[in-house]
Design a protein around this ligand. Sequence first.
Ligand code: S3P
Length: 179
Amino acid sequence: MNSKLKHNIILIGFMGSGKTSVGKVLAKQVSYNFSDTDQMLEKKARDTINHIFSIHGEEYFRNMETDLLKELYSNINNTVLSTGGGLPLREQNSKLLKEMGYVVFLKATKQTTIKRLLDDNTRPLLQGEELGKKVEHLLEIRTPIYEKAAHKIVATDDKTIDQIVNLIMEAYLKQIYLK
Ligand code: S3P
């Protein structure tokens, strides 16, 4: 057993990459708890992410994310944690995540991402015109950061949730039992 790795699976990736839907099924399969940083922050603030962004701005939200992560750091165990798409962008955060568990980057192409985010009105960074350009720009900046932050990268295009879950479980169990 790899004693260094804590027993958590952390899902990172762009908005619409399936972190929450995959995370819920994965948690059931491995009999872990499921938590989602966006949901925790909305509950804590008793406010929506859209409203937090519009009143206080992005930096304020990013500070909330870092504070939450520090709280979770020594407290989570046997958990699948789905993270907001911007959370690993701060180096401090991605360092914490890697120490908190097995970090999986759910990767999707630009085309798949855009398809999944059409008509979405819950993500403040993607509101307004030119969704394609916004996604392209953010993906370009973020993809190398997600890749560096992850222990494992899973390409999700054209895969079902169950297929993605199985790939993650296989990699995670190997990591835990074969080291
Ligand atoms: C964000 C992603 C969102 C949410 C916020 C900012 C981002 O979470 O945290 O709107 O910067 O990518 P999801 O990835 O769950 O949509």
